[in-house]
Design a protein around this ligand. Structure first.
Ligand SMILES: [Zn+2]
Ligand SMILES: [Zn+2]
Length: 104
């Protein structure tokens, strides 16, 4: 099953103009290009696995929204449906959660 590039809506203004300026080895701090709210996305396991989830084509760029799998720490986490994510490394079905929300 083909997944889609991760998109995250700003928790303050709903904008999809979100960029990731750090690296997974540091932190997952994202910033909204509209209102400059910052937040850190994370995942929660839904307790099921998705078989055959394929990474999107083309792959996201480094500044695109990125989140780590809560199960295996891989950042190969993409959208399966509008509200369900899948880790294409371990197959976990995931849900997006946003932490550390700081309004800009
Ligand atoms: Zn915003
Ligand atoms: Zn995983």
């Amino acid at each position: 099953m083909q997944t889609r590039k991760l998109t995250i809506a700003c928790p303050q203004c709903g904008s999809l103009d979100i960029s990731y300026s750090c690296s997974p080895s540091c932190c997952f701090n994202h910033v909204c290009g509209e209102c400059f709210t910052t937040f850190e996305p994370a995942t929660e396991a839904l307790g099921k696995t998705v078989s055959g989830a394929m990474p999107p084509q083309p792959l996201p760029e480094a500044a695109d929204p990125t989140v780590a799998c809560v199960k295996c720490d891989s950042t190969k986490v993409y959208m399966l449906t509008d509200d369900e994510l899948a880790c294409t490394a371990c197959g976990a079905a995931l849900r997006l959660v946003l932490n550390e929300i700081v309004p800009g």
